[in-house]
Design a protein around this ligand. Sequence first.
Ligand SMILES: Nc1ncnc2c1ncn2[C@@H]1O[C@H](COP(=O)(O)OP(=O)(O)O)[C@@H](O)[C@H]1O
Ligand SMILES: [Mg+2]
Length: 317
Amino acid sequence: MGAMTAEVLVPEAVVPGGEIVCRDLVRIFATDGVEVQALQGLTLTVDPGEIVAVVGASGSGKSTLLTILSGLDTPTGGSCVVAGTDLLTMSARQRVAYQRGTVGFVWQQTSRNLLPYLSAAENVRVPLELSGSLPARQRAARAAVLLELLEVGHVADRRPSQMSGGEQQRVAVAVAVANSPRVLLADEPTGELDEATSVEVLEALRGVNRETGVTTLIVTHDPAVSEHVARTIQIRDGRTSTEVLRRTEVDEHGAERHVAEEFAVLDRVGRLQLPSDFVTSLGLKDRVRLALETDHVGVWPDARRTDGARETEEGER
Ligand SMILES: Nc1ncnc2c1ncn2[C@@H]1O[C@H](COP(=O)(O)OP(=O)(O)O)[C@@H](O)[C@H]1O
Ligand SMILES: [Mg+2]
């Protein structure tokens, strides 16, 4: 990593459109004199209305990213603009408005999402009451519509302890989108659920994204989540490494085919991470030779090593 993580100073580029735009985001935790770089220059753009999964191993910085995007934590450096709000410079007042109205979140622990002594319908009414965005008499109707949208109308009068884990998470999504936020964030929303229930919750998130157009970002260590979204961003060691785009193609016989294409992420200053299987299979190490071709860039192992190999081959002949 050494040379690749070196700070490179580049003038601030103009931030183009995007509902979530993070550039070179850095978050350093310093505890007892030990410094942990949870995010080391993460760059990510999510378009308005898009649904995206951010996938990465445990400790790769996913929760750190989500805590920043939800306005609960402030990055150490870089830039991050969500729905027009600059998360590095917002005032305390803007932060409250941002958390209440701009973003909605769903956490992994079902117990963190819902108040245990309230019914599903009452839980959905809480954010409506806090924001005062709707007249009192319309709140119950709005809660009912949202519970129906998430296919949990049947648990409206039940408390969380009387619902399954999947029902609780779907009610949690209803709570998160009650005030029509522009961005919906979910941190491992299926982490405590079995596989079949996870699929239900992911489909519920996708349904809400489709019906309301809320920009949705789901963070998970579960690679299977990728199958439910069109774009997956892989994060490794606190930075984005690859992206997988999925689409459905219809062939000449009318049969549907799912196509997944993997891309490496090129950051603003031209850095990219080679997939580890490419690196090991060619024995790439320390430095590589690059060549610009007409329509691609070639990467070769260190020239001296290649020459060495050739000399041995010739010697053997
Ligand atoms: N509040 C904190 N103080 C110190 N280190 C932290 C804190 N939060 C996260 N970290 C560290 O930052 C790294 C990324 O953590 P996290 O974002 O929780 O990863 P993930 O959600 O992908 O498992 C880990 O090494 C973790 O130990
Ligand atoms: Mg986490």
